[in-house]
Design a protein around this ligand. Structure first.
Ligand SMILES: *Cc1c(COP(=O)(O)O)cnc(C)c1O
Length: 339
């Protein structure tokens, strides 16, 4: 076990012992290669560098109460990466290869899995990109799939506390019929400027509107939006939203808690009517909102200073399943045996 201040780890890159890689060439993936280098050597004309042929995933391994290490719904990450690959014409990573790679990356770096009770976990970052050279705009003939891991801290150091977000109208992260629904780097590149500005304005994140009409809530930069009112869990449906596995899981738990679930367009004005609102994704599970401020109109939508009762229950239930504190009745978790 590493001598790390587990409770105070940031959410960021932390070097570990090994990563795993494979290359697709002539229609097939090579044997997985274990590397101890943090670097990859690629052709300067690789399409991943020029034309944005790139996609990534993010999931976590959790050390449970029973000492076992669990992955959460990794099959959904594998499928989503296949959709991303189809979306920007890359070679797809078969589910078995995806699992072998994350399984190996976690095992080889087992000493970096944070102990149970610290709130920390091992973040897993699968990465797929065009590594073949091309100068004309066309898909590469070679692809590289890499998986590395980093121990990451609890998102909320002072506990589960609400944040302020900035709603923007002068930037979009994805075009109406573009790539918002797949997890490609280009969407993130487009969100960096408004996100940086929001941080400078004192907010923790940006909330984007639909790119076509600017009438409906889309999502926060790297996380989906949800609101709760009158016993209903509401989350936007839009072609430009990345289907969050966390959100999909919270919808199921919400129904277990007796909430109705609605997935539909959410007009901006509706923000006023929610009793609770927040963002959801693997990193923080839920970031409850204290306040949403429309940067242009200066209109403010305020929620409670403390996480609301449903947000808290949803957060506690999902994390309890991930840490093996609660029975996983739906088979969402996979135990990595022997570590
Ligand atoms: C990854 C991601 C999310 C969160 O998805 P999870 O599967 O819950 O981690 C939400 N929005 C965007 C844009 C993302 O890239």
């Amino acid at each position: 076990m590493e001598n790390i201040d587990w409770k105070n780890l940031p959410f960021g890159y932390y070097p570990t012992d090994y990563n795993v890689r494979t290359t697709w060439k002539d229609g097939k993936w090579s044997e997985l290669e274990v590397s101890s280098s943090e670097f990859i050597s690629i052709h300067m004309a690789a399409t991943g560098l020029h034309y944005g042929q790139e996609a990534f995933e993010g999931l976590k391994a959790y050390r449970g109460k029973d000492g076992k290490v669990r992955l959460f719904r990794w099959q959904d990450n594998a499928k989503r990466m296949q959709h991303s690959a189809q979306g920007v014409m890359m070679a797809e990573v078969p589910e078995e290869l995806f699992f072998s790679a994350i399984n190996q990356a976690v095992r080889l770096n087992a000493r970096f899995i944070p102990p149970y009770g610290t709130g920390s976990s091992l973040y897993i970052r699968p990465l797929l990109f065009g590594s073949g050279a091309q100068v004309g705009v066309k898909p590469a003939k070679e692809y590289m799939f890499v998986v590395f891991v980093s121990p990451v801290g609890p998102y909320f150091k002072e506990g589960f506390s609400p944040v302020d977000v900035e709603l923007v109208r002068d930037y979009d992260r994805a075009a109406p019929l573009g790539t918002g629904h797949i997890k490609v780097g280009g969407n993130y590149a487009a969100s960096l400027r408004p996100a940086d500005r929001a941080h400078n304005d004192g907010y923790s994140a940006v909330l984007f509107l639909d790119a076509r009409e600017k009438k409906y809530i889309d999502e926060a930069g790297p996380a989906n939006f949800f609101g709760i009112k009158n016993g209903i869990y509401v989350t936007p449906s839009s072609r430009t939203i990345l289907p969050s596995i966390t959100n999909k899981s919270l919808e199921v738990i919400a129904e277990d808690l007796g909430l109705k679930v609605e997935r539909r367009p959410v007009p901006v004005e509706e923000l006023e009517t929610f009793e609770e609102a927040g963002a959801c994704g693997t990193a923080a599970i839920i970031s409850p909102f204290r306040k949403i401020v429309d940067r242009q109109t200066r209109k403010e939508y305020t929620y409670s200073d403390k996480a609301g009762p449903y947000s808290t229950k949803l957060y506690q239930t999902l994390t309890a399943i991930q840490y093996g504190e609660m029975e996983d009745v739906r088979g969402w978790t996979t135990i990595i045996e022997g570590i």
